[in-house]
Design a protein around this ligand. Structure first.
Ligand code: ATP
Ligand code: MG
Length: 285
């Protein structure tokens, strides 16, 4: 039987979450520590452990069928692969930063300046689009020290909390792109491999749905039901069951994690009591 070959990062910021995602999809992987190749025990999948920068190329050439890496890496590689799903982890942004003491006047600040980066392709596209002429110094790591040692005037690098910039006396002045981990695929997969990928994506969506949503149960007076239901746009519509106490019902629904607290406040204001919020293991919509 055909197997889907997936490339994931060998070690780094994406590795752990990539493996965790597969695990949450119920895929059991044979020993994956310290090896370059492994297989899944209960899913038609083979795993390749690679440097993240190499993944787009391997997927384009179909050494791997699909891969997991940051959108930033996909864009920078300029390979002909398709992004099929955003995975919601490894969130970060690619930004331009300059020394704190400098005054920033907009992208033209970088005219005739030197910028150090590991992302020359994305950066040169940004500069072109903003009609800026700057010199790009391509370096492969520790970009943030470049201004301090006189290698460049500014940098273009991955930022998440901003603490690395801060500790190197830099300030973020432009965000070029936002990024998160994605699945990419080769554009000419066989029908059999597409079918395995569909199965995997179905499971990934169920896992993502579960982490992004919570199950909510609450009690409410019957007269508040309309108002409360308007605040609960669940999967379909809320379930309402009567309580033994006259005039009261229990309402069950699903709410999104991201506007969770705000919604809880509104529900309480509308008369909800005894609110229980429960994590969801998997969510199939
Ligand atoms: P490799 O050795 O595989 O080439 P690397 O050093 O290039 O690894 P990592 O630092 O592990 O890469 O980062 C991999 C990806 O994780 C980045 O391309 C980016 O998408 C994301 N990432 C990087 N830094 C952060 C961060 N601080 N927070 C969240 N995501 C990040
Ligand atoms: Mg890398």
């Amino acid at each position: 039987m055909e197997k889907l070959k997936i490339a994931i990062q060998k070690s780094g910021r994406l590795s752990e979450n990539s493996l965790k995602l597969l695990e949450e999809c119920g895929i059991k992987i044979n020993n994956s520590t310290g090896v370059l190749k492994s297989t899944a025990r209960n899913f038609p999948m083979e795993l390749l452990f690679l440097r993240d920068d190499d993944i787009p190329q391997y997927v384009e050439q179909q050494v791997a069928d699909i891969g997991i890496l940051g959108e930033n890496g996909v864009l920078e590689s300029e390979k002909d692969v398709a992004i099929v799903e955003q995975l919601g982890f490894a969130g970060c942004r690619l930004s331009l930063a300059i020394p704190n003491r400098e005054e920033y006047s907009g992208p033209t600040y970088f005219n005739n300046k030197k910028i150090a980066t590991s992302y020359p392709a994305i950066l040169s596209k940004f500069l072109r689009e903003n009609n800026v002429t700057a010199t790009i110094e391509k370096i492969s790591g520790s970009v943030e020290i470049a201004p301090g040692i006189g290698l460049a005037d500014g940098i273009c690098d991955i930022v998440s909390s901003g603490s690395t910039l801060l500790s190197n006396g830099l300030k973020e002045v432009e965000t070029i792109m936002k990024s998160q981990a994605v699945i990419i695929k080769n554009k000419n997969l066989s029908a059999g491999k597409e079918a395995i990928l569909e199965k995997l994506l179905f499971r990934i969506k169920a896992v993502k749905g579960a982490t992004e949503n919570k199950y909510i149960l609450l009690n409410a007076p019957e007269k508040a039901v309309k108002k409360i239901c308007d605040l609960l746009p669940g999967m379909k519509s809320p379930t309402i069951t009567p309580l033994v106490e006259q005039g009261w019902v229990s309402i069950h629904s699903v709410i999104r994690e991201d506007d969770f607290w705000e919604r809880i406040d509104k529900l309480r204001a509308a008369g909800a009591e005894g609110i229980l919020v429960i994590p969801i293991e998997k969510m199939i919509s």
